[in-house]
Design a protein around this ligand. Sequence first.
Ligand code: MOS
Length: 715
Amino acid sequence: MTTTTGPTRITGAVGTAHTRIEGRDKVTGAARYAGEIPFADLAHGWLVVSTVARGSVRSVETAPVLAMPGVLTVLHHGNAPRVDADYIGLLGQPDPIVGLFQSDRVPCAGWPVALVVAETSEQAREAAEALVVRYETEPHDIEFAPDRPGTYTPEPRETMETDKGDLERELAASAVVVDARYSTPEEHHHPMEPHAATVRWDGGRLEVHDSNQGSKWVADELAKLFSLDPASVRVLSEHIGGGFGSKGVRPHQVAAAMAATVLHRPVRVVLTRRQMFSLVGYRSPTTHRVRLGADADGRLRAFGHDAQNLTSTVKEFVEQSAGFGRVMYDADAHRTANRLVRLDVPTPTWMRAPGEAPGSFAVESALDELAERCGIDPIELRARNEPTAGPVSGLPFAGRNLLACFEEGARRFGWAERDPRPGVRREGRWLLGTGTAAATFPAGAAPSTAAVTAQADGTFTVRITASDIGTGARTALTLIAADALEVEPGRVQVRIGDSDFGHAMVAGGSTGTRSWAWAIMAAAADLREQLALGGDIPPEGVTARSDTSAAIAALPEKERHSYGAQFAEVAVDTTSGEVRVRRMLGIFAAGRIVNPLTARGQFIGGMTWGISMALHEEAVRDRASGAHVGPDLAGYHFAAHADVPRIEADWVDDPDADDPVGIKGIGEIGIVGAAAAVANAVWHATGVRHRDLPIRPDRVLLAGTGAGPDGSRRA
Ligand code: MOS
């Protein structure tokens, strides 16, 4: 029996369901977003974007627009403040789209060419729509196709290509070979809250209320762009209505900052849905050639994945689809490549599980094809190909609980009762099938700082430049801080979204919560040591600060990933070609789950996007204009409630012995493998492989369903 002194020991908030701390504020409208914070004397900017896909601006006819009611100014390349458009940001290369109005060049349709600022948003919009911009046009090229002229391997080559053994020799020696091409279309992330920023100069500091995934990141980039001392930029981002990779430094903050500088007034710029299609990035279309060679028992001898995507003429962005196979499957010969072509289109960017989302569609579809040809159950095929070390890195895995996910998933989904033959289950005009696929996503962490303060009234305040983009991060961090401080969550206030709190990882790469938790736990441990010394807490409180740079650098180098097993059941209408997902199950191994309530939401959100990716999403460009056809949420179809069936997500234990935090990110893995599971189920239903997404009704009908409408099997 031991006795304790001091506050009652309370632990165990982590792992228990907790509703969002700011939930009431959000549903009652009390939570203010970047585009609705009131300011006296606020002016409103409206962007004007190019209507041509390549060329230059010849003239901007400002005079008629300046005479319109309420119009204050029109900024364009001829009069906008000069900025350092060549600054090197977090991504290691200049991003010309944030070097707004610095030149007359137009590299794609939807490129910002002017900002109209007026007293009201309506006046700004009216004038922006009336503004005449004349162009010199040049022929454009937007045609993306595998191996088209201009396709190249970007630098650094050693991260873009990996090569082990002799792929051609092992393919030739294989009893079974799959050599197939897959494709995914251009896809867009449209967070509910559009990109918005309200900017003012306040006591010599640029104050930016903005919707982004990292306030300190945006502050630092704006400081570089405007050649300011980083300390003279403050970015505040209290509530964010979704990000998915699209919310970094974008034209809206830059335009608002330019106008606030010119007008000496606060200025707000909010993007429209249509503008988001060209201004905030998207997922590039991808093409894949996957070559698998196996012995008759399914053991892989050859694994090849050549992935390609497009980027703009002004900036390189690689959708690293080939990364998926580098950690998932080993083979005697193993070759992967990410290749690229530059076209007259906007620059793509990170979008939920960049690389892994399209990469897993290709590879997990090919694995299913291999299972079919070998006559082996798809789960058994994966079990026979579990690597013992990183296939490319050779590093040990810090836990690899993929098979535990498949075991639990198979049991709950009823996989054992599955008849492996395709196209044999029918319900009226519907053909039924089930499919599965594996998922993985890196479990990374990045250096962050945090401050934890003990107040005299027994409460605690955490300050960290974390970003809750809708994931529930604020709530998760409160539970983590409470456990680390050994107090009830009600005594802890977590303040986030303020660049003045110092450097911290952005909400990206599924590393936010893990990185922030690490910093909070370190500061909390330090604080408890200080408090254990006793003494009164002064009015300003007692504060401990942390910086996790050294701790993260000391983590042993291993393959660290989360894993998952996706299961889907579909029904395919043989008369209309429509595919309905009937149920879906995802079982994940994703470290310590902090808040089961919001974690489930993250997984299910990702899986829902996987359904959408498999069946609906596709942005289409018009060859003649180089611009999108129907760039809005009516023209860009995505899963709605009626498309989303019974989805369940759950997890298996996933401890990591040498990780002091034990949390893995869960924002992205839910989408990984989800589209492949649906596509594999469509094959199982119909006997026809769909290698090009989305699996639209017209594609299903054209490919045939292997059965006539009356249920008769075709020869
Ligand atoms: Mo995410 S695509 O790293 O925001």
